[in-house]
Design a protein. Structure first.
Length: 310
């Protein structure tokens, strides 16, 4: 999955200097093109986009962008921002659903503090009827993330679920593990660079794994989320669910903000539940670079937008 262009964008996404510059410079001006994929820099921007999507019959999850924090102060600040975000979501009356990253809550600095930060989000989330999804990052975090979900689940935090990445060899087992627990899974192909010793490299293998795992989730899982823009896979899932007589409200499709809006709309029109992942915040650079890497043709769109703005 990591051919030339993808690897290049991935390397750029990891550049601390570019990330700092992008955050400082902001999304105004030349970086306005990033708005195709990112709702904006502020919570107000995100809520405005969410209201628009909700009025189109789409479901939502809001993601406050940020990852790989290196200080506890930054992790605490991100936690506070999530709590503030939830207050504003309640006030705005939009759907109560957020996505978080453990590296944003400080897992690289101190695992226990990261879990405390997650609890600080889960507590008000529970009181206000939110659902909280943990995004999955590099494979070095996979086991830790699942252990944290299991621990919190034991502690009765049941409004919590996780993303699993089809490209990892281990994921069939992880799907069974989360199915047995009863936790909801968002299945994605996987967006990070992983070594061939632990992950499929070829698209055909990733796609086959995705379909296999999606079936396991539909058969035995709890309200799975099938998160892909891949029409062939979506079609395969639709056919399987129909054949197994799985009602359309027992699972949902998920897509990223700004990607395949036509497909999002047609699935809603066909009676499926479709959730859009709406990212916002100043730390938009790594997320944006991963999206460019997935489809280098997006670069053409970026260049055209940039030329228009000049
Ligand atoms: P694939 O990359 O094969 O693309 C299939 C088709 O979709 C393309 O031909 C194109 O038409 C369209 N498409 C895909 N990406 C596009 C783009 N960037 N721009 C324009 N068109 C595009 N990953 C992860 O590792 N951890 C996570 O927690 C998450 N979370 C997550 C949530 C949600 C809701 C989604 C949809 C995705 C994620 N991902 C993720 C990202 C995921 O791993 C994957 O990188 C992307 O979804 C792209 O893969 P596709 O499944 O769309 O297939």
């Amino acid at each position: 999955m990591y051919g030339g262009a993808k690897a290049l964008f991935y390397a750029i996404s990891r550049s601390a200097v570019l990330k700092r510059l992008a955050s400082r410079y902001g999304m105004a001006g030349a970086a306005g093109f990033a708005r195709r994929f990112i709702a904006g820099e502020t919570i107000d921007d995100a809520i405005a986009v969410a209201q628009r999507l909700q009025s189109q019959g789409l479901l939502l999850t809001l993601d406050y962008l940020g990852e790989s924090v290196t200080t506890l102060d930054a992790a605490v600040a991100a936690t506070r921002e999530y709590v503030r975000l939830m207050d504003l979501i309640v006030a705005a009356g939009i759907e109560r659903n957020v996505s978080v990253k453990l590296t944003q809550l400080g897992i690289d600095v101190d695992r226990a503090t990261c879990v405390d930060n997650l609890r600080r989000i889960l507590e008000p989330a529970g009181r206000h009827g939110f659902y909280v999804r943990i995004d999955m990052e590099h494979s070095q975090y996979t086991e830790m993330t699942l252990e944290i979900v299991e621990t919190l689940w034991e502690q009765q935090y049941r409004h919590l679920g996780v993303a699993l990445q089809a490209y990892l060899f281990r994921t069939d087992e992880d799907v069974r593990r989360m199915n047995a627990l009863g936790a909801r899974v968002r299945l994605v192909k996987g967006a990070y660079k992983e070594p061939p010793s632990i992950a499929y490299r070829h698209k055909a293998d990733v796609d086959a794994a995705f379909v296999r795992q999606a079936r396991l989730l539909l058969d035995e899982g709890t309200y799975p989320a099938i998160a892909t823009h891949d029409e062939r896979i979506i079609q395969a899932v639709r056919v399987y669910a129909d054949n197994q007589r799985i009602p359309r409200d027992r699972f949902e499709f998920q897509m990223l903000y700004g990607i395949r809006r036509d497909l999002q709309a047609s699935l809603v029109a066909a009676g499926y539940r479709v959730r859009v992942y709406v990212p916002f915040g100043r730390e938009w650079f790594p997320y944006f670079m991963r999206r460019l890497g997935e489809r280098p043709a997006n670069l053409g769109f970026v260049v055209r937008a940039w030329l228009r703005e000049r």
